[in-house]
Design a protein. Structure first.
Length: 858
């Protein structure tokens, strides 16, 4: 297979001014006719080459004249007209089969409805078109379908509808904003709608519609409320107003990922749209709020200003994640949000950056662009914008954003053009900053301190380095903003936060007027995506854990202390005194009245096993699991009374509220339950049974179910059975039932997971269900996935190969857990590699899986 390279970018030699599409919808034989008004913008001799895959061409004409066989060529991937006029109308008619489309790209059926997913390259399976983001066209769409499909939706504004002969009907849509093909969308089917409106800052009224499965409208209320809050927030925080008169969201059950920002017609995985207290957890609510905002924010960062080519993907994704993180911080508290974002960044992006799949935020080559919707492009992409803001300051950052929106509105542009706006608005030279986009790998930063008591001076020596990543042996220094403050040994503030910009391999900073030996609080708020090590002693970390005014670093100090204790024990040198001291300090933090319950819940969660594995040369998941469990038990025993008391105090009687404060109480209560399950004596068991049995909302229910499952034996069987019985008709809740078993820490978990793939409710063609079981197991159950026999790896490889036969994109996303094979002890690493080799050798492998599995082999 041929790689696509950034360096080969050439503009498309034709403009497609308007695109008229007519869909004659039929589940197995849909006719699509396309009328493109084409104008040559490039060289005289350039042929017109349109993308098209899995299409049956029925007719083709130029200016109404059917083309003869010799006037065009068609192969499996494209249609070529070697000698095209300078300006003409091209008409094609194709036939496609949505019902057999299990790849869920292009036009497919979900739950008896038609829907589309075009990003990145799905439009080419709908009609012949220059399917690339820099070809913007004005679309008008006519949809004809049987009356069984009452709602016929597409982008833009509705312009006409009516009935046709034979029980059929039609609708016409027109989108005034030129857009790339990946933003095209169509939905047809029986849906319930929840309606509302929003008045924009300039006083325009926008109709809002959320379409869901019949009977589910009440579950869309939270998403609709989130949408209105997002619209308001974007006006206030970025001055961005919505542009069409109508904004629609549709929920579908079969979707390869979270959601899609199609112009005026967002399509969502129903798991990220539907919520009520009985079926959704607080985490679901939180994600719905964030993803509804994310897709809405794309209207400016993605749709009105789009990407010139797919190498620029972070231009829209990194910026839009940064924007949705900002909304979540405002809605739910900045420190708690930051901790969660950093936890996710480290778990996914740092792992990616440390392995064979490491790539720059703006890559320069790919086989399948689908494989580049990664944590690096999204989450590290957002961190880069966050650093830009930290370096420039909020006012200059906002000026740069305004300039970008004004200068590039209506364009398909590049990361260079984006950064140029900030350089111009701030008057700063950002050429070094651009390295963040081009260099892969997580920088390591060290800070050494030297305090001169006589002079009252502190000298900081900061260094940075980045290990080689595939294709990038030599790394250069990057500009790293490091937010630093100082505390006294008793926790008083000695010096407020200041940003030190480390932009060389090494530098020193001297601070005078420091009257006493300071404790360093560095990388406050996680001001840069780096691995920091300092010369801090445990006693310094306890100062930060107890008193840092920067809540992120307070949490971080606790995590670092816990991590070191777990790693020390896993390496065979347990520090019993340290463990006791840690439990004491944790206890003090948990009774601090000034701290929010949501924050305390985060303090109580020990570093996860995958995160610990990242810190461990030749990781041994079994040893890590045992060492972590040991600390859990230690905490549960040492803080038993306190945990039980908090568990009781955090209970909310009365009506459910999804707000952040109530969610924080539930989070702390669940964290207490999880902690107590590590000391399963009769009193704790009774409490946990009571927790599960009395749960009246899904957050409490899942918080109780996991400890039941972890207990194994009769409690596990009973809890799983009653949960399944209660929720067997609710697909989103059944996903949770599968997921909790994916995380089952008991020794028989792998066997049970394999058996679950034969369960009548296991639907491998549904990505939510598949991921709930297989991906949860492989990513979040390291002790069982890394079974010494290699059976966990073989299971994952089997699933990848099965799924690849019909859904390559989803199959490829399952490869990642095998990608880290070099980080594990050789007995395991070899078995992981063997499965990757088996995958790569498989006949008829998709490009998606081939690219990732062979890169993972390195
Ligand atoms: N832009 C889409 C992602 C499409 C993924 C295609 N493989 C959703 C989002 O990031 O908002
Ligand atoms: Zn996005």
């Amino acid at each position: 297979p041929q790689a696509v390279n950034l360096a080969d970018y050439r503009p498309f030699p034709f403009a497609i001014e308007t695109t008229r599409l007519v869909f004659d919808l039929h589940p197995t034989r849909t006719r699509v006719s396309a009328e493109l008004s084409v104008r040559r913008t490039g060289g005289k001799n350039e042929p017109l080459v349109l993308n098209g895959e899995r299409l049956k061409l029925v007719s083709i004409a130029i200016d109404g004249r059917p083309l003869a066989a010799g006037e065009y060529g068609v192969d499996a991937e494209r249609l070529t007209i070697a000698e095209a006029p300078d300006a003409f109308v091209l008409t094609t008619e194709v036939e496609i089969d949505p019902s057999s489309n299990k790849a869920l790209m292009g036009l497919y059926m979900s739950g008896g409805r038609f829907c589309t997913q075009c990003e990145a390259e799905g439009f080419r399976t709908i009609t012949y078109f220059p399917d690339r983001p820099d070809v913007l066209s004005r679309y008008s769409v006519r949809i004809e379908a049987d009356g069984k499909f009452p709602h016929l939706l597409s982008n833009g504004n509705p312009v006409a509808s009516g009935s046709l002969d034979g029980g059929r009907h039609f609708a016409e849509w027109s989108d005034p904003f030129p857009k790339p093909s990946y933003l095209f969308a169509l939905v047809a089917g029986d849906l319930d709608v929840l309606a509302d409106k929003f008045i924009t800052m300039s006083g325009r009224e926008v109709a809002l519609r959320v379409f869901v499965d019949p009977g589910q409208a009440s579950r869309a209320a939270y998403a609709l409320d989130s949408l209105k809050r997002a619209m308001k927030w974007d006006e206030e925080a970025f001055g961005r107003e919505y542009d069409l008169d109508l904004f629609m969201i549709v929920a579908v059950r079969d979707f390869n990922f979270g959601a899609m920002e199609n112009k005026g017609l967002n399509i969502f995985n129903s798991s990220l749209l539907l919520a009520d207290p009985q079926t959704a957890t607080d985490l679901d609510y939180e994600r719905i709020e964030a993803v509804v905002a994310h897709e809405y924010f794309h209207n400016w960062t993605g749709n009105r200003i789009t990407c010139r080519d797919w190498f620029q993907l972070c231009l829209k994704e990194g910026f839009t994640v940064f924007r949705d993180q900002g909304l979540s911080a405002d809605m739910r508290g900045a420190a708690v949000q930051r901790i969660k974002d950093v936890r996710a960044l480290r778990a996914r992006q740092f792992a990616e950056d440390a392995g064979p799949l490491a790539h720059p935020v703006r890559p320069s080559s790919y086989l399948k662009i689908d494989n580049f919707y990664t944590a690096t492009i999204y989450e590290k992409g957002a961190e880069i914008i966050r650093m830009l803001k930290a370096i420039l300051g909020a006012p200059a950052f906002r000026k740069g954003c305004d300039l970008y929106f004004q200068r590039h509105d209506g364009e398909a542009t590049t990361v260079e053009a984006f950064i140029a706006c900030f350089a111009e608005a701030s008057g700063r030279d950002l050429s070094g900053f651009f390295g963040w986009y081009e260099q892969a790998g997580t920088p390591s930063v060290t800070i050494e301190t030297a305090y001169d008591a006589a002079a009252g001076a502190l000298t900081l020596t900061l260094t940075q380095s980045t290990s080689p990543t595939p294709g990038q042996p030599d790394k250069k220094p990057l500009p790293i903003p490091i937010a630093i403050g100082l505390l006294a040994a008793d926790g008083r503030v000695l010096r407020d936060t200041e940003i030190v910009l480390l932009d060389q391999a090494q530098m020193t900073v001297r601070w005078d007027s420091i009257p006493e030996p300071p404790v360093l609080s560095a990388l406050r708020g996680f001001s840069a995506p780096v691995n920091l090590s300092t010369d801090a002693r445990p006693s310094d970390r306890y100062v930060l854990f107890g008193s840092d005014t920067d809540l992120f670093n307070r949490w971080e100090a606790g995590q670092t202390l816990a991590r070191d204790l777990i790693l020390t024990r896993a390496a065979g040198a347990p520090d019993e005194v340290g463990e006791e001291r840690y439990a004491d300090a944790l206890g003090r933090a948990l009774v601090d009245d000034a701290a929010e319950p949501a924050f305390k819940a985060l303090l109580l969660a020990l570093p996860s096993e995958p995160d610990l594995a990242l810190m461990f040369e030749a990781a041994d998941p079994a040893a890590l699991h045992a060492a972590r469990d040991h600390l859990r038990t230690r905490i549960a025993v040492h803080l038993g009374d306190l945990l039980r008391r908090l568990h009781g105090e955090m209970q909310i009687n009365g009506e459910f509220s999804s707000d952040a404060a109530a969610a924080g109480r539930r989070a702390l209560r669940n964290a207490c339950a999880e902690a107590l399950s590590a000391d399963p004596h009769a009193e704790n068991l009774a409490r946990l049974l009571g927790h599960f049995g009395a749960a009246r909302n899904m957050t409490d229910m899942i918080g109780g179910l996991y400890p039941m499952v972890a207990m194994g034996g009769v409690p596990r069987e009973k809890a799983l059975e009653s949960f399944h019985h209660a929720w067997r008709t609710e697909p989103l809740v059944l996903d949770k039932w599968f997921a909790v078993q994916g995380r089952d820490p008991n020794p028989d978990a792998l066997e049970r997971v394999i058996a679950l793939t034969q369960h009548p409710d296991f639907e491998p063609t549904n990505p939510n269900r598949l991921r709930a079981l297989v991906s949860t197991f492989a990513n979040f159950n390291p002790a069982r996935f890394h079974d010494p026999s290699g059976a966990g790896y073989a299971f994952l490889a089997d699933e990848i190969l099965k799924v690849d036969a019909f859904n390559p994109m989803t199959a490829a996303r399952l490869v990642e857990p095998l990608g880290g094979w070099r980080r594990y002890k050789p007995e395991l690493g070899d078995l992981m590699r063997a499965q990757l080799e088996r995958i790569v050798a498989h006949p008829n492998l998709s490009k998606n899986v081939l690219e990732l599995a062979s890169k993972a082999l390195g």
